[in-house]
Design a protein around this ligand. Structure first.
Ligand SMILES: CC(C)(COP(=O)(O)OP(=O)(O)OC[C@H]1O[C@@H](n2cnc3c(N)ncnc32)[C@H](O)[C@@H]1O)[C@@H](O)C(=O)NCCC(=O)NCCS
Ligand SMILES: Nc1ncnc2c1ncn2[C@@H]1O[C@H](COP(=O)(O)OP(=O)(O)OP(=O)(O)O)[C@@H](O)[C@H]1O
Length: 199
């Protein structure tokens, strides 16, 4: 029996940090951000969709998607962000399901499904439980600004494009408190794995 654990949070609340800890135990992680990048690689239908809708100026000189430029457009305009989601959402979904099916076929006991927009895109129905990586919003803004160099307005635009982290924590079956140090986080994941007999 495979247990599919959805892992989500809001931007910069620590999903990647939590998924690294699961990986360190050898559990496989299906990473929606990586898949979202792969479906828009040069020569893909995903990139063609974006160029048709956002114009060729959305490409860098080397033919790669200018992610910074696209991010600036979509996080400042909700209609454009929804357009982007509609363009390639099905390609991302297909690849997520393919990877989960492959891992199930390998009879992996635990698969981590790291999806930032898990609740927004209703992936919870494909999981056996959802874990939210949580920090209070003030710390989320601080870490987002520190990591990506955004000013507070840009950071808030990105945060407001997702369901609020307090609401996600309420929806979750499990949550980690990422406001302490990494050791505190590791201890929480270890406890989760032990409680559910994965280690
Ligand atoms: C807008 C893009 C070009 C910005 O690229 P950039 O390299 O700056 O950011 P990156 O891809 O690393 O995403 C960082 C975080 O932004 C948040 N985010 C990304 N896309 C979205 C979106 N459409 N709506 C809300 N939040 C988003 C997520 O929390 C994600 O972890 C890129 O995020 C993108 O192509 N997004 C659409 C694909 C998508 O929906 N990805 C989320 C997978 S569920
Ligand atoms: N416990 C912690 N203590 C200090 N800094 C942390 C901690 N956990 C995460 N961080 C830092 O906070 C930032 C956000 O963490 P991380 O990248 O894991 O978030 P994320 O939810 O995966 O982000 P995104 O939504 O953008 O993919 C990173 O710079 C990370 O190094």
């Amino acid at each position: 029996m495979t247990y599919v654990l959805g892992l989500t949070g809001s931007i910069a609340t620590g999903k990647s940090t939590v998924s690294q800890i699961f990986k360190s135990y050898g559990f496989p992680v299906v990473d929606a951000d990586i898949i979202a990048h792969e479906v828009v690689a040069p020569g893909t239908p995903g990139l063609k969709n974006i160029v048709e809708n956002f114009g060729p100026e959305i490409l860098q000189a080397d033919g790669q998607l200018d992610r910074k430029k696209l991010g600036q457009i979509v996080f400042a305009d909700e209609n454009k962000r929804q357009l982007l989601n509609r363009l390639n959402g099905h390609l991302i979904r297909q690849e997520i399901f393919k990877q989960v099916a492959d891992l199930r076929a390998q009879k992996q006991p635990l698969i981590i499904l790291d999806i930032p927009l898990l609740y927004e895109s209703h992936y919870e129905e494909y999981t056996d439980g959802v874990m939210v990586a949580y920090v209070p919003e003030a710390l989320q803004i601080k870490r987002l600004m520190a990591r990506d160099g955004y000013n507070e307005t840009d950071a808030r635009h990105r945060i407001e494009s997702q369901i609020n982290i307090e609401e996600k924590r309420q929806l979750a079956d499990f949550y980690t408190d990422n406001s302490g140090d990494i050791e505190m986080l590791k201890a929480q994941i270890q406890r989760f794995l032990q409680t559910h007999n994965f280690i």
